[in-house]
Design a protein around this ligand. Structure first.
Ligand code: ATP
Ligand code: ZN
Length: 301
């Protein structure tokens, strides 16, 4: 009896040991996009509200829901193998972990802001002033780079009210649209750094975990690539197929199918989002018609 129990125990223990533990934010600006990305990577996650942990049903992984500020420490301590955090938190926490992929969401910047009515006249103005922030490491780095000698006042939240209550003359905080600053009577004067969500990993981990991370990275890259590209189908007169093919090389070369009208063909290919409108103009001028644009779900090279 006890032997059977021991065998079962070892089996489950091994199962748990080889699970890739992925830490994501429990609630906040990173959570929805983190879960969305993992789902786009094919992960079947049973996520009930207020869960601390969820098992991925079709991949040897489990998701840990944590405060984003705690994730770097958990990854350094190997409690989690990888995590999704803002680059700002990665820089601020200075843990022994590494960035392995940029994820392209939660894009924001960290900026210095001062009261709208202030006589701010350049970066030197900050010298010997008090700056309130939740990111003392990032601000200190900025001060050092600019040879400034300001005093950092660390507070954990509602940084934007600090000048109004006389706690500091300036603040450094995350900005995306600037509307929070505006409504608190502040103006943005310097950008300190920019940030987006990144995938971080422990600096030392077992080989089998590395393999799982490679598998996940392969999927993330396919999802990211698909988002940056569109699938194009168009009709072209046969005598412009060569020139159109040069504009639309696609992944290897475009697919060409004859139309019933013998002078025309249908051509399909992939085009990068950044060059999309320029290419469309070129295609139009080369005689392309009936251009259809479709989203791509995954793109594997
Ligand atoms: P927690 O309670 O988990 O500590 P938090 O208040 O620190 O949450 P959020 O406001 O949810 O964190 O922000 C998490 C991350 O999202 C930030 O560290 C930053 O990278 C990014 N972020 C914050 N504000 C914005 C914004 N306005 N636009 C885009 N990204 C943002
Ligand atoms: Zn946080």
């Amino acid at each position: 009896m006890w032997q059977a129990f021991f065998v079962l125990y070892t089996f489950f223990n091994q199962l748990i040991m080889t699970n890739l533990r992925i830490a994501i934010q429990k609630s906040g600006r990173l959570q929805d996009n983190s879960i969305k990305l993992l789902k786009e990577c094919g992960f079947n996650i049973s996520n009930g509200k207020n869960q601390l942990k969820a098992l991925v049903q079709n991949f040897p992984a489990e998701i840990l829901f944590l405060r984003d500020d705690d994730i770097p420490q958990y990854v350094e301590d190997n409690v989690a193998d990888i995590g999704i955090i803002g680059e700002n938190v990665f820089i601020e926490k200075k843990k022994n972990i590494k960035e392995i992929e940029r994820l392209g969401f939660a894009k924001c910047r960290m900026s210095i802001a001062v009261p709208k009515t202030s006589d701010y006249n350049g970066i030197e103005w900050l010298n010997n002033k008090k700056i309130a922030t939740s990111y003392p490491v990032i601000v200190q780095r900025f001060l050092n780079e600019n040879n400034l000698n300001s005093e950092i006042h660390e507070i954990s939240g509602s940084v934007e009210i600090a000048p109004g209550i006389g706690l500091a003359e300036a603040i450094c905080d995350i900005v995306s649209t600037g509307s929070t600053l505006m409504s608190n009577g502040l103006k943005e004067v310097e950008t300190v750094c920019s940030s987006e969500a990144i995938l971080v990993a422990s600096s030392n981990m077992a080989q089998e975990k590395k393999q799982l991370i490679e598998q996940l990275l392969f999927r993330i890259k396919a999802v990211k690539r698909a988002k940056n590209n569109k699938y194009l189908i168009l009709n072209a007169p046969n005598d412009s197929i060569d020139s159109i093919s040069k504009v639309l090389p696609g992944m290897k070369s475009p697919t060409i199918t004859p139309l019933r009208d013998q002078n025309w063909s249908s051509l399909s290919s992939v085009v990068n989002e950044n060059e999309f409108w320029t290419k469309i103009e070129q295609l139009k001028s080369l005689g392309a018609q009936g251009i259809l644009v479709l989203p791509i779900e995954k793109m594997i090279l």
